[in-house]
Ligand binder design. Sequence first.
Ligand code: NAD
Length: 337
Amino acid sequence: MAKIKVAVNGYGTIGKRVAYAVSKQDDMEIVGISKTRPNFEARDAANRGFPIYVPAESVEAFQKAGIATKGTVDDMIAAADIIVDCTPGTLGPEYKAKYQAAGKKAIFQGGEEHGLTGLSFNSTANYQESWGAQLSRVVSCNTTGLLRTLTLLDREYKIVNAYVTIVRRAADPGDSKTGPINALEPSVSLPTHHGTDVKSVLPWLDITSMAIKSPTTLMHIQTVVAKLSREVSTEEVVDLFSKAPRVRLVSSKDGIKSTAQIMEMARDLGRDRSDMYEIVVWKDGIKVVGDTLYYYQAVHQESDVIPENVDCIRSMCKAMPGPESVAKTNATLGIDH
Ligand code: NAD
């Protein structure tokens, strides 16, 4: 069967990871990535052998920098079956019009509104809803994290309501401009958009959220309080999470007491860019009291959405059923289950 031709528009934090993950799939190929400036990330793309496409006005700058380009962004769109749009979360409407005019399928990221595509994607929750779609949107890192665990809880025990507090990393590791650097900053516009975004995939879920920005670049931590429709034991929930796709249970007794040790463990795993694709749940931080469940989970913001993008490509291109795609993506990225 012909490989799916994938283009990645925007080779930043998310785009470069999507390009790597796609290049590991034997049923897909990267036909191009786009860069606006000939910086170190453009050189990384060249070193990894990805064909580079640029806006027409940037061709000269790339020539001067000695980085070979294959054509313009419009040429790249023409060469692809599907475009994974990883541009900053404001260019969606402009690029959506271009993709549609070229008759191409496109995936947007969580920085864009659900309304842009009318369809939001998560492998665990709704793989089938994007089947054959022209446009879809992989939800944000926080929403992906919440959906990985809440979907299973809702299927198994029916969630009556859920309250989430997110301690958000202030900046990505490669960012030296964003803050705060010495303060905790509550998001005072309440409830925050995170709960609403979960509802873009699970509209029936009663969920609300609050968030605090914290001076770290490592990960987000989410605290979840969920009222279930019946009493369950803590052990049952531990067992459910231990089988959940892309959820990794850790224990503070094993020396993992913070996001620092999680990222050290990620470095030990030896994956590309030391990424932690799984949502990390503290096993000894799971507790059920009556019908109310409490737990903590950590989200590696720049990588949990990467396997979701690979699965979303397969769903939109009608390549294979969800469980097969999840297993294939996991195997190629070194994710246990
Ligand atoms: P980024 O700023 O790291 O990368 C964006 C890339 O797009 C850059 O390489 C930039 O040069 C390029 N770009 C800018 N203008 C362009 C244009 N007109 N045409 C083509 N390319 C252009 O951003 P990011 O963090 O990778 O975020 C991308 C999307 O992913 C956003 O929607 C964001 O909300 C979402 N997201 C980010 C994270 C994260 O942790 N960074 C996590 C989940 C989802």
